[in-house]
Design a protein around this ligand. Structure first.
Ligand SMILES: NC(=O)c1ccc[n+]([C@@H]2O[C@H](COP(=O)([O-])OP(=O)(O)OC[C@H]3O[C@@H](n4cnc5c(N)ncnc54)[C@H](O)[C@@H]3O)[C@@H](O)[C@H]2O)c1
Length: 260
């Protein structure tokens, strides 16, 4: 087996589409074996089948997994142990947008958003670390957002949830380091990336997606919205041993937006 993450045993959440699917394909192409999980179990299975068709049976596995549920996490980690023979990389990717400004965002939406975006990372780290510490070197990659570092008047709940992921990442990283484990934890902060999550933004604005994409691109110094592989390549670096001295850090993949 060869590749930048050859032999790594990886679990990616929210892997039925978008950044999670792109990450699973990218890591598999670089030699990892992957458990793709998603609340959309059929979607995760379809992505795993594509990977196995391309790279050989037994490269990818899939399971339906709601990241807000501790019992589902326990099952997913157990499946990783069985199917992959352990776990060395956890990519906490599943997440949702949360609509509304501070006056219009409902408390139910706030709580649902925090459950999917933040509880998921807490539960995932707690469930995975006992197995990961037996498969060092290891890496946890938490998908936050540039919105976790830069606020907007239109997304207080999303801003706050992604900021929580950013800081939770640092605490997990310090804990693992203090135990003397070669188990790193970093966060990734993308700006707008062309995935189905942007369809929701376009739909709520009532405009064509191409118009919305153009408007978003004009806000980004590099002049374009990101492609899923722009982010998957960053996750690949953090998952690989190339980043072995990097922990508790944030990787901003934002086309320069946070430099302004
Ligand atoms: N696309 C962007 O512009 C962008 C920018 C910054 C950060 N992000 C973050 O990247 C991550 C992936 O986003 P994406 O653009 O691929 O979104 P997406 O909507 O295309 O995919 C998200 C996936 O998560 C799954 N999911 C939702 N709730 C779940 C749950 N409770 N349990 C398990 N799976 C669940 C969905 O079924 C879906 O497959 C999210 O955390 C998102 O906040 C995205």
């Amino acid at each position: 087996m060869s590749g930048r993450v050859a032999g790594k045993k990886v679990l990616v959440t929210g892997a039925a589409q978008g950044l999670g699917a792109a990450t699973a394909h990218r890591l598999a192409a670089e030699g990892a074996r992957i458990l793709l999980t998603d609340i959309n179990g059929d979607g995760a299975a379809a992505q795993a089948a594509l990977i196995n068709d391309a790279l050989g049976a037994g490269t990818a596995f899939a399971v339906r997994h709601d990241v807000t549920r501790a019992d589902h996490w326990a099952e997913a980690v157990e499946l990783a142990a069985e199917a992959l023979g352990g776990l060395s990389v956890l990519v906490n990717n599943a997440g949702i947008g949360i609509r509304g400004n501070i006056e219009t965002c409902s408390f139910d939406d706030w709580k649902r958003g925090f459950a999917v975006n933040v509880d998921s990372v807490f539960l995932g780290c707690q469930a995975a670390i006992p197995l990961m510490k037996d498969h060092q070197p290891g890496s946890i990659v938490n998908i936050s957002s540039i919105a976790g570092l830069i606020a907007s008047d239109t997304m207080p709940a999303y801003n706050a949830s992604k900021a929580a992921v950013w800081m939770l990442t640092k605490s997990v990283a310090l804990h693992c380091a203090k135990q003397g484990w070669d188990l790193r934890c970093n966060s990734v902060h993308p700006t707008f990336v062309d995935t189905p999550i942007l369809d929701g933004i376009a739909a709520s604005s009532g405009r064509e997606k191409s118009v919305v994409m153009g408007k978003l691109a004009r806000q980004i110094p590099l002049g374009r919205v990101g492609e899923p592989d722009d982010i998957a390549n960053g996750v690949l670096y953090l998952a690989s041993d190339e980043s072995r001295f990097m922990t508790g850090a944030e990787l901003k993949l934002d086309g320069g937006i946070s430099a302004m």
